[in-house]
Design a protein around this ligand. Structure first.
Ligand SMILES: *Cc1c(COP(=O)(O)O)cnc(C)c1O
Length: 316
């Protein structure tokens, strides 16, 4: 397998353990991989992606990095935090979508003194194209552009790493469950499972309405190309859990958030992990898992986004 450079940015391996109370409640063995505890800001999956993306940027001679996302993007906030640690300059170009208040991740961006620009558009292509062309011109030096969610082939390598890390513990799982928001984590997890934990199936509740069958498939093809692997593209169980829409709290998601907080003292979020864990609960209640199955939930972070919510939106 071809090797890619990576910069160590977080605390790895992250903890992994059985959720005894939740396992009792759901009638199967539920474990958690705490990628929210990886030591940068409030943690989260984007750190593993950025370890590869920022190594790529440095290797190619860039010190100016831009990325994009929604106003509460965990990925954007973590890109700023990781760039700062490495002495690189981050610029966040975020979708405005009517946001006026400074809450959640936007507070963290302010505390870091991050250059945040809001654009009134719904098109990420417009942002990473025309808008970032302007930023590059303004700065007068080359700009390394990271797509929304860090979900390209290089970013996805971070989750091959995560699955390797899980495999190295010797624990075996029947299922791994992780949120699908821009596709890179799902793609990396599914390929990682294929390589390092054959037989483990990947379940990825979708928290946004994009065509993830196509997006995740294409990302997996790109990673296979980059790494010069000779493997078939694995199947992924993708199903809708976005509820009323991307980043809008759902009733099932809020139930999942309460359940984890109340029974295990673990904080998950309204946009990603709450809806993903709700997908796990849904499957458990459908009788999809056997009592002896081992199901691993990857906690991909997101606490910053949780604290951008008003209580009225949480108690639907
Ligand atoms: C970005 C994100 C995800 C989804 O990962 P993708 O690779 O974008 O699909 C899941 N959880 C949290 C907390 C995130 O910030």
């Amino acid at each position: 397998m071809k090797q890619f450079d990576k910069i160590n940015l977080g605390l790895f391996p992250t903890p992994m353990y059985r959720l005894n109370n939740i396992s009792e409640l759901l009638g199967t063995n539920v474990w958690i991989k705490r990628d929210d505890m990886n030591g940068i800001a409030l943690g989260g999956n984007k750190v593993r992606k950025l370890q590869y993306l920022l190594a790529d940027a440095k290797n190619k001679g860039y010190d100016l990095v831009a990325t994009t996302g929604g106003a509460q993007s965990n990925h954007a906030m973590l890109t700023a935090a990781c760039c700062n640690k490495l002495g690189m300059e981050p610029i966040l170009v975020l979708k405005k979508r009517g946001v006026t208040e400074c809450k959640g991740n936007l507070i963290l961006n302010k505390l870091m003194g991050t250059d945040v620009r809001f654009i009134d558009t719904d098109s990420y292509d417009y942002i990473t194209g025309a808008v970032m062309d302007e930023v590059e011109k303004e700065k007068g030096r080359p700009l390394y552009r990271i797509p929304c969610g860090g979900s390209n082939a290089i970013g996805s390598l971070g989750y091959l790493d995560c699955i390797k890390e899980i495999a190295e513990t010797g624990e075996k799982f029947d299922y791994i469950v992780t949120a699908c928001g821009s596709g890179g984590t799902t793609a990396g997890t599914a390929l990682g499972a294929k390589l390092y934990m054959p037989g483990t199936k990947v379940i990825s509740p979708m928290v946004d309405e994009d065509d993830f069958d196509t997006i995740v498939h294409r990302l997996m093809e790109q990673v296979i190309d980059e790494l010069e692997l000779d493997i078939d593209i694995p199947e992924v169980d993708l199903f809708p859990m976005w509820g009323p829409g991307y980043a809008i709290p759902s009733e099932e998601g809020n139930e999942a958030i309460s359940m984890l907080m109340k029974n295990e003292g673990i904080v998950i979020d309204t946009c990603y992990t709450g809806k993903a864990f709700a997908g796990l609960i849904k499957r458990a209640r459908e009788g999809f898992f056997k009592p002896e199955d081992k199901v691993l939930f990857i906690h991909t972070g997101g606490a910053g986004g949780l604290f951008s919510q008003d209580w009225e939106h949480m108690s639907l």
